[in-house]
Design a protein around this ligand. Structure first.
Ligand SMILES: [Zn+2]
Ligand SMILES: [Zn+2]
Length: 339
């Protein structure tokens, strides 16, 4: 089934014609649970990996001896999904869910033992319009991460890992990828989802626009807020930030959001070119009272079964991960920002 973004509640270019010069396109991936194998684009599906190529590991020193077991995480999700599809979890199911949510300890895992990364996304160029070119004719983008929030100077950061490859050069694919015994948090493990790519119009984050235009939009938003207050508490306020500029959900291309850090330049470490957004991995496909980014098709699903987090990924506590690429030379190292 395709997924279609509903028309925006306000034609923003009609109000601010100067925005037209900044209009962009992004491809919403619309991941939804499904049978994904290594030959298709997916979130949380198996990655096409050469059997003779080492699987990437995290060797950065950090605690990895305490965490959740992947089979427990998957079973807990299944029990919950079955229960909600039927009614509500029974008492027995509640006990089981608590048990499956327990953290475990493995004394044999030292803080420097290399642990396998877990796959997040793989995108074949043929499936995803708008995917920026990879280096040297590569047609397959793969993103993995360490399933612990324990990296960098803060010791709480995530550690994504980006690979490009040529799918036609994988002669003998790996059967099953290695899995860590324990993962740091349940939201580090993605459910296998197939994609339903859709291209939509997008505009830059307000703070990235010229100051005059940003101010005009902010003034309009304030006016709308006052109007909404008069109309009552149930009124659905439409804002540039939430509804009109950057879509929610996993997507390719378009503009990065800077809602937790404010915009800051991300330049290529090799050639200093301002980097472009390659891919966003978002915890949520939509949210908010209006859920304005919820696809039209989703409205037919009973409200209690609608899942705004079909991938089950929790990126930086309800946030999103932007992966940026060098526009001059796609082989230059990627950078990322957590929002
Ligand atoms: Zn790690
Ligand atoms: Zn560069």
């Amino acid at each position: 089934m395709t997924r279609s973004t509903p028309p925006r509640p306000v034609h923003i270019e009609g109000l601010f014609p100067k925005l037209g010069a900044f209009r962009g396109v992004t491809t919403r991936l619309h991941p939804r649970p499904g049978q994904a194998d290594a030959s298709v684009s997916s979130v949380g599906g198996p990655l096409l990996w050469p059997a003779d190529e080492p699987w990437p590991v995290c060797a950065e020193p950090h605690k990895r001896s305490r965490g959740h077991r992947i089979p427990d995480i998957r079973r807990k999700r299944q029990v919950l999904a079955d229960a909600w599809a039927r009614d509500v979890p029974t008492e027995d199911e509640r006990v089981l869910i608590t048990e499956l949510g327990r953290r475990h300890r493995d004394q044999d895992i030292a803080d420097t033992d290399p642990i396998p990364l877990t796959g997040l996304v793989q995108l074949y160029r043929r499936d995803v319009p708008g995917l920026a070119p990879g280096p040297d004719g590569c047609d397959l983008l793969q993103v993995l991460w360490c399933p612990f929030e324990a990296h960098g100077p803060s010791r709480h950061s995530l550690a994504p890992h980006v690979r490009w490859r040529r799918s036609d050069q994988v002669r003998v694919p790996l059967d099953a990828s290695p899995q860590p015994t324990l993962v740091g948090f349940e939201g580090s493990v993605a459910e296998p989802c197939v994609l339903h790519p859709e291209q939509v119009v997008t505009y830059p984050y307000a703070g990235s626009l010229p100051a005059r235009l940003e101010k005009k939009i902010a003034a309009w938003e304030e006016k709308e807020e006052r109007k909404a207050e008069k109309r009552g508490p149930d009124d659905e306020l439409v804002t540039y930030h939430h509804d009109l500029s950057i879509p929610q959900g996993c997507r390719v291309g378009g503009f990065p959001s800077w809602h937790t850090t404010d915009p800051h330049p991300m330049n290529c470490v090799t050639c200093a070119a301002p980097m472009l957004l390659l891919l966003t991995i978002d915890s949520n496909e939509w949210d908010g009272a209006s859920g304005s980014w919820m696809p039209i098709e989703e409205r037919a699903v009973p409200e209690h079964l609608r899942d705004r987090r079909p991938t089950k990924l929790d990126v930086g506590r309800d946030g999103l991960l932007n992966i940026l690429a060098c526009p001059t030379e796609p082989g230059h190292p990627h950078r990322w920002s957590l929002q």
